[in-house]
Design a binder for this molecule. Structure first.
Ligand code: HEC
Ligand code: HEC
Length: 306
């Protein structure tokens, strides 16, 4: 190719790259609509100076989610906050709440019935928080629903899925090595989550096992969910050792196998789960409708290895 053509091509290429970059920028900042569904940032800034009853309820919901075990200790049996898994009350991308009220009510296979958003919130109170249900007719429940609805305000209820939600699950995990998981845990996780998984605080390093963690009926107690969460979100800041985005599926599976082999609270009603016999393979307990697995602390993944 002649030199001057080459140069023109290069200029054209730079120009097109520039256009593409601008487009991407727009995708990030525009609100989600039917045409443009991208991950959207929202926060409490718009409400900062407002003191009307509605704004106060929204802000209360945000606070309750960030400091749950302290503000709602009557309903929480561990030392976690909603933000221990749904980072910054679901405003960041660890396990986003943006748009969540647009997709409820929805069928919940674990319960075998249709769930309202309040039912789903209480699913996490019962299991992830190892607690008891927040009364539906309480100002605290109203505040949580107000908050979730507020941060979902731009998401149309007609959507089928929230495309900006990244899945915190790995459906088919490689065979796990818990001993390697323990080694990795000691290298890259103890600073925030503690030598004995006891944690350093609900939003600095939540408890991963023991009395102050989630119970065995929680979604996070399933190896595919925990491994996916670790791979995508951990560690949240660089600490030396493994950094965010560097953890492989194998390492995530190993870490989850180690963490889930440790003791944690028991969810008494777990046998009633998945009443239609459709419990996924990584559910770590047998149910009344699917008694195929022996119970073991390592769950289905542990069973397979024996
Ligand atoms: C130990 C981790 C953990 C904690 C703590 C936790 N959750 Fe969850 N929550 C999950 C997981 C995991 C899911 C998604 C389940 C899945 O992938 O199957 C979920 C799902 C949800 C959903 C449904 C989201 C959707 O997109 O359908 C809501 C609503 C919710 N949680 C509310 C709460 C509230 C409110 C709290 C605090 C009272 C809380 N969660 C605490 C782990 C947690
Ligand atoms: C710099 C501190 C830090 C490090 C290091 C870190 N985490 Fe976390 N972890 C957090 C915080 C903070 C949260 C709460 C969610 C958020 O804000 O991102 C969390 C949440 C979690 C959760 C969900 C909450 C729960 O109770 O189950 C798991 C699982 C987890 N981390 C596993 C790990 C693993 C495995 C490693 C090592 C590879 C790790 N983390 C390294 C700070 C840390």
């Amino acid at each position: 190719m002649e030199m001057r053509y080459k140069r023109r091509f290069i200029l054209l290429f730079i120009f097109l790259s520039f256009l593409a970059a601008c487009n991407k920028e727009n995708e990030k900042t525009e609100k989600p609509t039917e045409e443009n569904l991208g991950y959207t940032k929202t926060d409490m800034d718009d409400l900062k100076d407002k003191n009307d009853p509605y704004s106060k309820s929204v802000k209360r919901g945000y606070d309750l989610m960030n400091d749950t075990s302290v503000l709602l200790d009557e309903y929480v049996g561990n030392k976690l906050s909603c933000s221990s898994c749904h980072g910054n009350a679901g405003l960041d991308s660890t396990s986003s709440f943006i748009g969540v009220t647009a997709v409820y009510p929805q069928y919940n296979a674990r319960a075998g019935k249709v769930f309202t958003i309040e039912d789903r919130i209480n699913g996490c109170f019962n299991r992830s928080m190892n607690g008891k249900p927040l009364p539906y007719n309480s100002d605290e429940m109203r505040a949580m629903v107000s908050y979730l609805t507020y941060i979902s305000r731009d998401v149309p209820t007609s959507i089928k899925e929230r495309k900006w939600m990244e899945k915190n699950r790995i459906e088919k995990l490689p065979e796990a090595n818990a001993a390697n998981g323990e080694k990795l845990y000691k290298q890259s996780c103890v600073t925030c989550h503690g030598q004995n998984g006891e944690g350093s605080g609900a939003t600095t390093g939540p408890a991963l096992w023991g009395d102050n963690s989630f119970n065995n009926g929680a979604g996070m107690a399933r190896s595919g969910t925990m491994a996916g969460y670790i791979k995508r979100n951990m560690p949240p800041v660089e600490m030396g050792g493994l950094n965010k985005g560097e953890i492989t599926e194998q390492q995530a599976a190993d870490l989850a196998a180690f963490i889930l082999s440790q003791p944690r609270p028991d969810f008494a009603e777990k046998a009633n789960d998945w009443p239609n016999g459709d419990a996924p393979d990584d559910v770590p307990y047998s149910t009344n409708s699917k008694k195929v697995k022996e119970e073991s602390p390592q769950g289905a993944e542990g069973e397979k290895k024996k």
